[in-house]
Design a protein around this ligand. Sequence first.
Ligand code: NAD
Ligand code: AKB
Length: 313
Amino acid sequence: MKNILVIGASGQIGTELVLALRKRFGNDSTIASDIKIPNKTVLDSGVFEKLDILDKKQLKSIIDKHQIKEVYLLAALLSATAEKHPNFAWKLNMDGLFNVLDLAKEKIIDKVFWPSSIAVFGPTTPRENTPQITVMEPTTVYGISKLAGERWCEYYFNQYNVDVRSIRYPGLISYSSLPGGGTTDYAVDIFYSAKKGETFNCFLKEDTELPMMYMEDAIRATINLMETQKENIKIRSSYNIAGFSFTPKDIYDEIKTNIPNFSINYQPDFRQKIADSWPKSIDDQQAKKDWNWTPEFNLKKTIGTMLKNIRLS
Ligand code: NAD
Ligand code: AKB
């Protein structure tokens, strides 16, 4: 029996993570929380608490009420939205993390998962097969907040023995809930246009290659990392993990083999500059070595799964 709290449970990752944790540890194991009401499956399968992560008192009272020992902190503003609200993005992404890390420092909770992103890298980072340890000069508010967050996670581990674990997720592709304001969102949106029989207006150029991953792999990686023996975890900032990389043209061409009439327009906007500052592919040797990370989905399998499961309402 676990006492887990997922914060940001109504978002793209939270929706699937809560269900995966409940499946693994039982419906009573995992409390979902968010400022937004989750979907019906999350709501009907266990407890939901309305929680604003910026309200430290409310966080503490929910943790006390449910005797929480593990927290997955997913609440954040993502790259595109963060560029529109830089001050608030910094506040939410940093204060939210401190509120949780401080409870772990006080030994009220035992373990924390906090996601980082490929956005920690910047234009001066080697873009092909980006190493675990390399130049990191992010140029987005989101990337700066994630890099600062990584540094603080490592600091809390070194100074206060806080068991905080992290993954630098690539762009995630899923059908259970829509993505929330990122630069990689096009790789989900494209499936909805394809299924509706619409022309897809892509906000990135056709040759923009980015690292991506199917959600099931990301959830498996997250739970595996949290279950790894403490002494095997050598990286306390955040682990690189890789799925597969593709361009808008690659995914369009592959979807078109299933839906021959599908058409696309390229209309790059402000998100192009963000994408151009990120890696094309990721080296994840360290995660493979430390906790046996291995992806199961490639682009073809992801496309088949998405087209089969997306429901248009
Ligand atoms: P999302 O935007 O879909 O979900 C975030 C959730 O946080 C939303 O449900 C939102 O209502 C909630 N939230 C916002 N402010 C809150 C607050 N003050 N208190 C409580 N909840 C609040 O994001 P996501 O895609 O699920 O991402 C989750 C985490 O993973 C983020 O830290 C993000 O940076 C990271 N990440 C995501 C991706 C991706 O492709 N989805 C890639 C890399 C990293
Ligand atoms: C975004 O595009 O902002 C996210 C991410 C890669 O962190 N999907």
